[in-house]
Design a protein around this ligand. Structure first.
Ligand code: SF4
Length: 230
């Protein structure tokens, strides 16, 4: 199924218990937002505001509101958990170890997303297979057990970066201003840098970690072959 066919199907069957998970830090989410808005102007989109995002990402949220007249559902971490973590381990604990980085991602991203998902039956994500090796087996439809049991649609799984940027240009889709400064993927400000020639698209994320999945826990699952075959 094409991206448009998948989105038409998901909106018909799951709206309004369906939302787009957009980081506002990659062009894929913006392409999906544009496609979904064309099918259903009331389609939902949420962003995890970790409290450490780039100003350019906040700017994009506001530009999307203006351009589409759309509510962006901003999901925040629990203040008490962030306070406790920062008090005990420091503001920039993520540079100390992979475990501390994952703790920060869990409190600022994974837990808020799970809380938000409690009211959904399905969500849409912008994962692509050629973003890095961990994502090479991304299925277009998955059953997301790790996030409480809901359907996850990845309509752009077989799109390339070039195709995404073609769509952006053709439809004048607003994207993060940092893409023009060498950031193909914009995460939290202290955890993202620009990449160099030949590096994979995720190389600028948690760059100080030499090896590992370079994932925050939002998309990792035990069985990378666990798609539903659609
Ligand atoms: S990307 Fe960095 S700042 Fe953001 S939640 Fe993860 S560790 Fe924390």
């Amino acid at each position: 199924m094409s991206a448009e066919e998948i989105l038409t199907y998901t909106i018909k069957n799951y709206h309004p218990r369906l939302a787009l998970a957009a980081s506002f830090g990659g062009p894929e989410g913006m392409v999906l937002l544009d496609l979904m808005h064309r099918i259903e102007p009331g389609s939902r989109v949420f962003v995890l505001d970790t409290g450490r995002l780039h100003p350019a990402t906040h700017d994009l949220v506001d530009r999307v509101r203006d351009r589409y007249g759309k509510t962006v559902e901003v999901v925040l971490p629990r203040a008490r958990e962030v306070e406790h973590m920062v008090r005990e381990q420091g503001t920039n604990l993520f540079y100390s170890s992979v475990e501390q980085r994952k703790l920060c991602c869990r409190i600022r991203k994974v837990e808020p997303q799970r809380r938000y998902f409690a009211d959904l039956d399905a969500y849409v994500s912008g994962l692509r297979r050629d973003q890095n090796l961990n994502r090479r087996k991304t299925a277009k439809v998955e059953w997301d057990v790790g996030n409480g049991g809901l359907l996850k649609f990845n309509p752009l799984a077989d799109w390339t970066r070039e195709r995404v940027m073609e769509y952006v240009g053709e439809h004048r889709v607003p994207i993060n201003a940092l893409h023009d400064e060498g950031f193909p993927s914009v995460g939290c400000q202290p955890c993202t840098r620009a990449i160099g020639p030949g590096e994979d698209e995720r190389a600028g994320r948690w760059w100080w970690e030499a090896d590992g999945a370079k994932e925050c826990g939002l998309h990792v699952k035990d069985d990378q072959d666990g798609g539903l075959g659609i």
